[in-house]
Design a protein around this ligand. Structure first.
Ligand code: CTP
Ligand code: ZN
Length: 156
């Protein structure tokens, strides 16, 4: 079989975040707080054709020697709900999961309302209920503020 041309080589251990919406890889990186200072190899490919004849494009992030946690999956889902996360061990894909938005988001995003109790010096963890997936709308559990994707991106 003729190997599809590989823009970025296969990895031995780690995580491949695939099918990220084209152009969103850097936002995902920022949200996951992957800076490159961790020392492991991180490869980012942006605007890659999804198939040989396809005009569709995607971004791909390969993070070597790191396996993501549940909170990371939620973060990816907020930026790019079509993404899949592949865990690689010894060159094999041992798990492939499409990210999904949970009904509530806890702790990972702060409310944009400066008067919200979660922004006061109280020890209250931010919490949002997902109102709609497409377009993404979430409501602050405490002050009722509705935030959309642009609001989330603006505070990353
Ligand atoms: N991958 C990798 N290193 C490996 C194995 C896989 O970097 N050792 C990458 C592939 O390049 C691909 C992703 O992980 O971007 C998923 O691999 P695989 O499931 O083999 O590819 P597809 O079948 O094309 O995935 P999908 O059906 O999810 O599009
Ligand atoms: Zn709030």
């Amino acid at each position: 079989m003729v190997e599809k041309s590989l823009r970025v080589r296969k990895i031995k251990h780690g995580t491949v975040i695939d099918h990220i919406a084209a152009g969103k890889a850097l936002m995902v990186m920022k949200f996951l707080e992957i800076t490159g200072n961790e020392g492991d190899i991180v490869s980012i490919a942006m605007n890659v054709p999804t198939g040989k004849l396809s005009v569709m494009k995607k971004d791909v992030i390969k993070i070597e020697n790191k396996e993501l946690n549940a909170e990371d999956y939620d973060k990816i889902a907020l930026i790019s709900p079509e993404a899949t996360v592949n865990i690689i061990r010894d060159f094999e894909v041992i798990s492939k999961e499409k990210v999904t938005l949970p009904k509530t988001i806890q702790g990972i995003i702060t409310c944009i309302n400066p008067n919200c109790v979660t922004n006061a010096s109280e020890p209250v963890q931010p919490q949002f209920d997902i109102e709609s997936n497409k377009p993404l709308l979430m409501r602050c559990h405490y002050c009722g503020m509705i935030m959309n994707k642009e609001d989330i991106i603006s505070i990353l």
